[in-house]
Design a protein around this ligand. Sequence first.
Ligand code: NAD
Length: 508
Amino acid sequence: MNAVTQESNVVMNTAKLLIDGEFVESATSEWRDIVNPATQEVLGRVPFATAGEVDAAIRSAHAAFATWKNTPIGARMRIMLKYQALIREHMPRIARTLSAEQGKTLPDAEGDIFRGLEVVEHACSIGMLQQGEFAENVAGSVDTYTLRQPIGVCVGITPFNFPAMIPLWMFPMAIVCGNTFVLKPSEQDPLSTMQLVELALEAGVPAGVLNVVHGGKEVVDALCTHELVKAVSFVGSTAVGTHVYRLASEHGKRVQSMMGAKNHAVVLPDANREHTLNALAGAGFGAAGQRCMATSVVVLVGASQQWLPELVEKAKTLKVNAGNEPGTDVGPVVSRAARARVLGLIEAGVKEGATLALDGREVKVHDYEKGNFIGPTIFADVTTEMEIYRTEIFGPVLVVLSVATLDDAIELVNRNPFGNGVGLFTQSGAAARKFQSEIDVGQVGINIPIPVPVPFFSFTGSRGSKLGDLGPYGKQVVQFYTQTKTVTARWFDDATVNDGVNTTINLR
Ligand code: NAD
């Protein structure tokens, strides 16, 4: 089924499964609509794959591993070189699909793809990344060296909020390391992900090396427990990520789970006021607050508490509209259910006694009356006991707390269970240095609101935002997607060696 809708000019699709190099229609009886969050237009539908289809995808990946693991590293790398060029070429088309199914603005959709593209570019340097170590002469005629070998079938389970970037965090790095892969995209917006998957095949990824199944809990559980799966990468909510981590670990898989967040921005009174307020509004309300690294808590320190009215004024200037409309700052949230959930949390904040400094609940968007819109919303006088502080809202809602000193701010952030990202706004190098040293959060921004590392570093969220030791992309993911094998070898000349039987551990 392929058609172009007049309204959005996006190619409609039934999301296919990808098994053994073939895009196939699922035989399932369970389907879900893919809905444009600005219009409620049905863009396509996605199957919940059957147990047999999930098994077939994994077995295809397992069979392909036998040859793919021995494919020369340069050949794997050249596929990634071609892939990055194809993604670049098709970016505007994929961004239109992504914006239509997810809701984010077109420039932000291009940003979503671009941040994934950067990981593919990084995958092109795998020749330098997947190297072992060598120590000569660790004992008489003995050398020790390590091999970084692929581990086998890897699985990726991805969330709705970055349907391009997050799948691209996963399968390119896994594949370029010599593994094969089964991807389970978000069932809410899989169409743009599938366009990226199509390009991967066009770039030369062989049949079976990349497979895709769609679905929800049943499919995820089947992937996490299958005997042939070696590793699981998960990005999504804390509840599901914890479940995936436990289930897959119990079944002997290597697992990494990147999960929910509550990202604080700490504002010192010496910060550049205009820059800081712009950064807070952009990072709090961009992508309608649906970024795992969105700023969701502002901590105003000392005299910066007087900046609240200006923050509210800044937020009021943001244009709420459909993602494909030029000039939009804040698009809709992904679904009606997500909107109802966010509105419920705003209601809870009001009941708990926080001050609603800006109320986005009644926002009206001309021509998009059915859209899942919520305008920028700001709560002041928030305390750490309130639900709006404790829970990840994942909508365009900023909660503002006030403290007296930088020490108070650091203590407050460190008491929060999440550890994805944090920002400090200041012009003091001494304050910044103290902050980066004492703050217990894995990704720190100094005058940067969304400190997502570039792909040659790794994504290093921490504490309640992560389970597992190694993060996505960068050097850490090469460790995650490879097994280190250490070889200790002695090569000697028959004529010169006769050391007899030795029954003690070698003292070297
Ligand atoms: P989600 O947890 O609902 O879904 C993630 C994936 O899990 C999807 O593929 C979904 O189909 C699957 N899933 C859903 N329910 C399941 C269940 N009961 N059992 C097994 N699998 C299930 O997350 P979401 O709503 O798509 O994404 C938003 C969340 O992701 C937010 O909490 C956000 O902070 C988080 N996130 C984290 C990062 C990070 O790097 N830390 C990045 C992006 C998003």
